[in-house]
Design a protein around this ligand. Structure first.
Ligand SMILES: Nc1ncnc2c1ncn2[C@@H]1O[C@H](COP(=O)(O)OP(=O)(O)OP(=O)(O)O)[C@@H](O)[C@H]1O
Length: 410
């Protein structure tokens, strides 16, 4: 069982706002002066901290676990203008969590000489409760499906096979250019949609396709002098007859999520289209809050209902909320007095998330070869047991017959 890891990143204040801020931070606790309520988190960063510190606090581990076959999700949560996009996407001067994660992912893969990888990415946004593909802008209003093989997935979402960090960053920037952004009174570049950047392995690859891709990648890397042996993860072994798991393919998904911020129309001055966007954003964040609250109260483990299906966001993130994933939340806040109520409610959400636990495990899929090997071994074991049973039975029959013969003679 793994608890959701929750950190808090306050946005730097102007000196004017700093003087009037009611918030007091001590180590990893935050409270309002003269009030008894206090919030404790895994980590509270200083206002002047760098994004790399935020990244290294937990996301770095989640990325390296993703390479080992564990699902991972990191999302930035907070009110509008609190620094979520700054944290996840970054700026020209300071790379964000997504960029840092992508570079780290490739570095970790290069170091892993025992495995071969095949990596893919997708990028989507949820805008006004509709899912749009940011890598294929013509793919709009996509639907969520669920089946045994793939779990919960967005049908028709473009998945690009990627081989270098530069390729991922280029695709991400292409996607960013199609994201819905708008001006409000609180943020000139306010995200009007939630975005989910995803890197993952395809469970549908047949062995032949896997090898074809592997061969072509290996060829490319040799030709271009790069040392990447890109993705899905399969253990390399000299001895093909070793153990059962040598041909197992590990499949993991890494979600990096930049949520749109909660907002009050009175403060953002939203009207018309902006107001409609704001109401969709608030509604889906409210559902996220309800889901986290129910999970923190143990409703799901007691067989109760958790309303994942009430918003596209919670439905897509369902496996990361109380499911099979290492999850971290970066709660972006502002310490300005004018936003005290919003900051308090964001911290309440984050506190509840601290009590949510996930059950993580390595996702391993057996290839045909490994499956055959495992079944062959099982057959051999059964055959050996059958032989033992046969000899025991023969012995019993012979001894019974021997006794009968004796009693007849007598
Ligand atoms: N840690 C920080 N250091 C310096 N500037 C920051 C920091 N965090 C945020 N900013 C600045 O604050 C402004 C708002 O940040 P950002 O757009 O990331 O907020 P947001 O939470 O994503 O807002 P929204 O929900 O409206 O999209 C930007 O100009 C950004 O550069």
């Amino acid at each position: 069982m793994e608890r959701i890891f929750v950190t808090v990143r306050p946005k730097p204040l102007s000196s004017e706002d700093a003087k009037s801020s009611p918030w007091r931070i001590s180590e990893n606790s935050i409270s309002i002066a003269n009030q008894t309520s206090r919030f404790d988190f895994d980590r509270i960063f200083k206002e002047d901290c760098k994004t790399i510190e935020v990244y290294e606090a937990r996301t770095k581990d989640i990325v390296s676990a993703a390479v080992r076959g564990f699902n991972g999700t990191v999302f930035a949560y907070g009110q509008t203008n609190s620094g979520k996009t700054y944290t996840m996407r970054g700026s020209d001067v300071e790379p964000g969590v997504i960029r840092l994660a992508v570079c780290d992912l490739f570095d970790t893969i290069i170091e892993d000489v025992d495995r071969e990888f095949l990596l893919r990415m997708s990028y989507m946004e949820i805008y006004n409760e509709e899912i749009n593909d940011l890598l294929a802008p013509e793919h709009r209003k996509l639907q969520i499906h669920e089946n045994l093989e793939r779990g919960i997935f967005v049908a028709g979402l473009k998945e690009e096979i990627v081989a270098t960090p530069e390729q991922v960053i280029d695709l991400m920037e292409f996607g960013e250019s199609h994201r819905h952004i708008g001006e409000t009174n609180m943020n000139v570049y306010s995200s009007r949609s939630h975005t989910i950047f995803r890197m993952f392995l395809n469970t549908e690859f047949s062995k032949i396709r896997f090898f074809l891709i592997h061969i072509s990648f290996t060829f490319c890397f040799r030709v271009f002098g790069k040392n990447y042996k890109i993705i899905e993860s399969r253990l390399r072994t000299e001895d093909d007859n070793i153990g059962n798991s040598c041909d197992a393919v590990r499949v993991s998904v890494l979600n990096l999520v930049d949520l749109a911020g909660s907002e009050r129309a009175a403060k953002t001055g939203a009207e018309g289209m902006r107001l409609k966007e704001g109401s969709h954003i608030n509604k889906s964040l409210m559902t996220l809050g309800t889901v986290i609250k129910k999970l923190s109260e143990g409703v799901e483990s007691n067989g109760g209902h958790v309303p994942y299906r009430d918003s596209k966001l919670t439905r897509i993130l369902q496996p990361s909320l109380g499911g099979n994933a290492n999850t971290a939340i970066i709660c972006n806040i502002t310490l300005a007095q004018i936003h005290t109520d919003e900051t308090k409610s964001n911290l309440q959400f984050a506190s509840k998330a601290l009590r949510v636990t996930n059950c993580t495990r390595v996702n391993e899929i057996l290839t045909d070869a490994a499956l055959l090997k495992r079944q062959k071994k099982e057959i051999e074991e059964l055959r050996a047991r059958l032989q033992v049973c046969f000899f025991v039975l023969l012995y019993l029959i012979l001894s019974v017959r021997g006794e009968n013969m004796c009693s007849i003679r007598e």
